[in-house]
Design a binder for this molecule. Structure first.
Ligand SMILES: [Zn+2]
Length: 113
């Protein structure tokens, strides 16, 4: 399962941060997930408890902060993308192959106990 490996990678990063701060456990973590990343927030949420078992993040609450997609239209500049339209400007339909925002998958905050 893809989200399981994503959860494990995030837990690795979070454990590293905990070590750097000399903290034993985290009570919650916030992760930014772009709407255009390949990660389904619900699946990540579901994979987290099993992935974090036995780590300093066991029992921590996972907050997922969705990040909307923004592409660059040659005519309109930065535009908010519509998932149902694909990588196209919602105003004029021009292809917007460059994502300015929306493919994030990163640890945003970590609350220690
Ligand atoms: Zn446009």
């Amino acid at each position: 399962m893809h989200e399981m490996s994503v959860a494990l990678a995030l837990i690795d990063v979070a454990c590293e941060v905990l070590r750097e701060h000399g903290a034993a456990r985290a009570s919650s973590l916030t992760v930014r997930v772009g709407q255009w990343s390949s990660v389904v927030p619900e699946a990540l949420q579901a994979a987290f408890p099993a992935s974090s078992a036995g780590t300093p993040l066991a029992g921590a609450r996972l907050h997922i902060e969705p990040v909307p997609g923004v592409g660059e239209c040659p005519k309109h500049g930065p535009v908010h993308l519509d998932l149902t339209l694909g990588l196209r400007c919602p105003l004029c339909g021009a292809p917007t192959p460059t994502l300015l925002q929306g493919d994030e998958l990163e640890l945003d905050a970590l609350e220690v106990e």
